[in-house]
Design a binder for this molecule. Structure first.
Ligand code: AMP
Ligand code: GLY
Length: 426
């Protein structure tokens, strides 16, 4: 029996919290900061995760044996490095890469160079800064259309622009580099070839030497039905992805996952944690769009419910270099999650709307994404993405119907959700 600290506050963390709480190995679970849903499975802690010394003190005081980090931000800032540098903390099993490993997500330029160096299939690219901006503008003149521009650093999911004309791309390149459209995140800009295909994600859990491949998933990023409108953090997800059959997944594993792990080792990066590989299926050939150094949200809400292993055992195996001893057991059913959001999201939206009907939900699992308890003790909305509703079924349609039925039972002012998650496979 161990004490666990889980870092983060979204639906992803609620899914981890629920899985940890179900384990016979979990003595006490702390979630930092958590939400109204995670509180049912452990104790929410309001320490600011960026104050690494306070996080470390908390772990010592509460005899934490396992730390699992949900979001990328503390990883890119070096939370793992802080733990490994302190002899009192270094013995804690820590699932989340160090600063060097988190560059996979934290720097698009670094990850493109990495892919090129290790022969990992990805879109052709070139990187520009203020020092070669003129060259960049000239380079765009002869580029195929559309043109993809990516801010090098973290830009809260907004740093990718797809431009349909050379003039638009040139104007945006200047905006990004010279006018700092995304702050210092766009000091460097990756200019990339547009890949035509269908997107999916695969997730890899690594222990520094060994890895296990987790189920595939596909998220639905656009706010509107039929994949229209603005990009969001994700309006829903499915797992598995129908076209990610054995042949395709074999290619993913041999051409991408195995080479990525070899590359990390060659770079002397001891990668412990999740790698989220965003892929494009280009006529049956997988190509990497991006790496993230964490699990996806809402992908976690469909991937975790399909993993039948004890989640504490799995995380401890990752954190202690023993993933070679793990035999992953996956539920063959299909999972669909539907995200309830606040009207207006991903732009301005209101918070603090009282939620009701949660007790009437049956046959689905609720993962709170943006909720909190009001002073009066009611559950209220506290984010753009409010609640993920996950169902398992023998088909996408069956699981989707179940989630939609339950989506109708939950009430709050300005509720919106997509009814067509998985639509292209129905
Ligand atoms: P990213 O932040 O790298 O995930 O990019 C956001 C989205 O932009 C991706 O999910 C894709 O839909 C799209 N995207 C990124 N790179 C490319 C590319 N090279 N070709 C086509 N679409 C892309
Ligand atoms: N759902 C996409 C992400 O977590 O980045």
């Amino acid at each position: 029996m161990i004490n666990i600290l889980l870092i983060g506050s979204g639906g992803r963390e609620h899914a981890f919290a629920k899985a940890f709480a179900q384990s016979e190995h979990c003595q006490q679970l702390f979630i930092m900061p958590g939400n109204a849903g995670t509180q049912a499975h452990g104790i929410n802690v309001t320490i600011d995760v960026n104050q690494f010394d306070l996080v470390g003190d908390f772990c010592l005081q509460n005899k934490i044996s396992l730390v699992v980090v949900g979001p990328e931000d503390p990883l890119v800032k070096g939370l793992r490095d802080f733990f490994m540098a302190d002899p009192k903390l270094a013995g804690i099993a820590f699932v989340g890469p160090d600063r060097a490993g988190a560059q996979m997500e934290g720097s698009k330029d670094w990850s493109k160079q990495f892919m090129q160096k290790y022969g990992i299939p990805t879109a052709a690219y070139k990187t520009f800064t203020q020092y070669n901006l003129e060259e960049g503008l000239a380079y765009l003149e002869n580029h195929s259309l559309p043109i993809v521009l990516k801010a090098d650093g973290l830009a809260a999911g907004k740093g990718v622009l797809i431009c349909n004309t050379v003039a638009e791309a040139q104007a945006e390149l200047v905006e990004m580099i010279a006018a700092q459209k995304f702050g210092s995140a766009s000091d460097k800009v990756v200019v990339e070839e547009f890949l035509q295909g269908i997107e999916l994600s695969v997730f890899v859990l690594c222990d520094g030497k060994n890895y296990v491949l987790l189920p595939s998933a596909k998220d639905y990023k656009r706010i509107g039905e039929g994949d229209t409108g603005l990009n969001t953090g994700g309006m829903g997800a499915i797992s598995p992805v129908p076209f990610a059959d054995e042949v395709f997944m074999q290619k993913v594993e041999s051409q991408i996952v195995a080479k990525t792990l070899l590359g990390l080792q060659a770079e002397h990066i001891h990668y412990v944690g999740f790698i989220f590989v965003g892929l494009m299926d280009v006529n049956g050939e997988p190509k990497v769009i991006e790496y993230n150094s964490r699990m996806g949200d809402p992908e976690t809400e469909v991937v975790l419910p399909r993993i039948q292993n004890d989640m504490v055992e799995l995380m401890m195996a990752a954190g202690t270099g023993k993933l070679n001893e793990v035999n992953l057991q996956i539920d063959a059913r299909t999972a669909v999650t539907v995200m309830l959001v606040s009207k207006g999201y991903p732009e301005a939206f209101e918070r603090g709307k009282v939620m009701s009907g949660l007790d009437e939900v049956a046959g689905s699992t609720l993962y709170h994404a943006g909720t909190k308890f009001s002073d009066a003790g009611e559950i209220v909305t506290n984010g753009g993405r409010v609640m993920a509703i996950t169902s398992l079924g023998s088909s996408i349609q069956e699981a989707l119907n179940q989630s939609r039925e339950n989506a109708e039972k939950i009430q709050f002012e300005n509720k919106y959700y997509r009814k067509d998650i998985g639509f292209e496979f129905l």
